[in-house]
Design a protein around this ligand. Structure first.
Ligand code: F6P
Length: 548
């Protein structure tokens, strides 16, 4: 059964939130802490190796109660059950949304069109395991008998960002295989990667759910040409494998059926790293680590599916985004991991969050009159402190920020880790407390400045504070804890989509540009520019054509 479609702004709880907002919007976080000794305790969720402190958000307990009331009024519980059960909740594409089935244990039953999909999921996992083991253990050799040393993942969007982010984030757990990612149709991208590679020892993994994506097919074709410059055609089967739902097109490309790792259309591209799309993850980290990643995600699935909203990390986190986005009119959210390993995490989440909830038509097909998907951005701390934190601290925009930190570092350098984490803690305190005029005054007086100099400098040194943050403190970066973290954001996306009354699992917005690029390419190839373009594009194309 389809999801219910209700404009959230017409609900009673939304109206209550609007009037509640008036009483909360000017409250300072410092005062909220002063007036409630239990605040930090009450607004923290501890679950497994996750400690999630929501208390530095501009909310009271009543805010949360009203947000939960909103979730109830919009039937969130029922929607969650439909999501996990495999109902067709991706209505515009007529599909279920079942990345959760990819990490469910063998004994679960998830029906799609009356058929349990779990046995097939586990068959593919077995195939991934067998192939990974044979490559990692050097049993699968290249055509000339040499051991595979390098793996190249060729894909884009969800067929690149997830695997690339996970391999980079978990590089501590990596084996001897060198892993590379080619995504951009920019020929310089693949050339920079293959120039270092020996075709005799390289495994090419072509990943495309549809096997129609221009970037991936262009890169795959060019890389096959590079390969065949030195290797015979018969070598292709030892060096090329593919992940796709489109088995026929993969075979037409010249890849044997045995070398195809299938996936299903109920796996959205941006949620697909748990499927065969994660083959590069399994190759790079070993199958056991890939499975731990999946196990972590499954634990988060169960937490999300079964916990009361008040104890539920993804639900609380999603509702806070609604609070800031729709009541405070905040436009973006920053995600700042205090580990260099999660360098690609915000980039990965940009696709997940912005491709899913960047929608302006509701589930009934009406134009939406309220704000939906937020802009996501971020970089690891402490680097980001020296780049854009100035704007979060003293700029005019409200930017709710997730701080992700770990109790233990992986290489165990305690001295560095304490410095890193001091910054993590300090930033959230600084953002919350700010610095008052009186504090700045006393600091400047201590520096023995003249009264005139103090008067001039003082306004620039004041920090308003009251900047909201959520602190996620996780024991250690492991495949399992990363699986939990990614799944947490996946479920957050789902909850937001339900509340905003949008379809989160299509992405028609990326199609128009693709269509236009195709016809422009035809014009460039044929050397004839049509006059169908606006004056600006026409002049740009003419300039390009003349000078290229
Ligand atoms: O950018 C649009 C998109 O369809 C993404 O949703 C998807 O992850 C990406 O293109 C790649 O698609 P495919 O895996 O089919 O090549």
């Amino acid at each position: 059964m389809a999801l219910k479609a209700t404009n959230p702004t017409t609900t009673d709880s939304w109206k209550k939130l609007q009037s509640h907002f008036k009483s909360v919007k000017s409250k300072h976080l410092k005062d909220l802490f002063k007036s409630d000794a239990e605040r930090a305790n009450d607004l923290t969720i501890e679950w497994e190796d996750f400690y999630v402190d929501f208390s530095k958000n501009r909310i009271t307990k009543e805010t949360l109660d009203l947000l939960f009331e909103l979730a109830n009024e919009l039937n969130l519980k029922d929607a969650i059950s439909k999501y996990f059960k495999g109902d067709i909740i991706n209505v515009t594409e007529g599909r279920a949304v079942l990345h959760t089935a990819l990490r469910a244990p063998n004994d679960k039953t998830v029906l799609v069109d009356g058929i349990n999909v779990i046995p097939k999921v586990h068959n593919v996992k077995q195939k991934i395991k067998a192939f990974t083991d044979s490559v990692v253990n050097g049993i699968h050799k290249g055509f000339t008998g040499k051991t595979i040393t390098d793996v190249v993942n060729i894909g884009i969007g969800g067929s690149d960002l997830g695997p690339a982010m996970v391999v980079d984030s978990l590089q501590f757990y990596k084996n001897h295989l060198n892993t590379h990612f080619v995504s951009n149709v920019d020929g310089d991208h693949y050339n920079e990667i293959i120039k270092r590679l020996n075709p005799e020892t390289t495994l090419l993994v072509i990943v495309s759910k549809t096997f129609t994506t221009q970037e991936t097919l262009s890169n795959a074709n060019s890389i096959r040409t590079w390969f065949l410059e030195t290797q015979p055609k018969e070598a292709v089967s030892k060096h090329f494998v593919a992940v796709s739902t489109n088995i026929e097109s993969v075979k037409d490309f010249g890849i044997d059926e045995d070398n195809i790792f299938p996936m299903k259309d109920w796996v959205g591209g941006r949620f697909s790293l748990w499927s065969a799309v994660g083959l590069s993850i399994s190759l790079a980290l070993g199958y056991k680590n890939f499975e731990s990643l999946l196990d972590g995600a499954y634990k988060m699935d169960e937490h999300f599916r079964t916990s009361d909203f008040k104890d539920n990390i993804p639900v609380t986190s999603a509702l806070l985004t609604i609070w800031y986005n729709n009541f405070f009119n905040a436009e973006s959210e920053a995600i700042i991991p205090y580990t260099q390993y999660l360098n690609q995490f915000a980039t990965y989440l940009q696709q997940g969050i912005m491709e899913s909830n960047g929608k302006s038509v509701d589930r009934d097909g009406n134009k939406i009159s309220y704000q939906t998907g937020t802009i996501i951005w971020g970089e690891p701390g402490t680097n980001s402190q020296h780049a854009f934190f100035q704007l979060i601290h003293q700029g005019t925009k409200l930017i709710p920020t997730d701080f992700i930190g770990y109790v233990e570092s992986l290489h165990g350098n305690k001295e560095h880790h304490d410095k890193l984490m001091s910054n993590y803690f300090a930033q959230t305190e600084a953002l919350m407390n700010g610095k008052t005029e009186a504090e700045v005054l006393s600091e400047l007086q201590d520096q023995l400045l003249t009264e005139e100099a103090i008067k001039e400098l003082l306004p620039f040194k004041v920090f308003d504070g009251n900047k909201p943050t959520t602190s996620l403190l996780i024991q250690k970066l492991t495949p399992e804890s990363l699986g939990k973290l990614i799944a947490m954001y996946e479920h957050k996306i789902f909850v937001q989509g339900i509340i905003w009354n949008v379809f989160s699992y299509d992405q028609f917005g990326v199609e128009l540009g693709k269509q236009l690029a195709k016809s422009i390419l035809k014009e460039l190839n044929e050397g004839v520019l049509t006059s169908n373009h606006d004056a600006s594009t026409q002049r740009l194309l003419t300039f390009y054509k003349k000078n290229c």
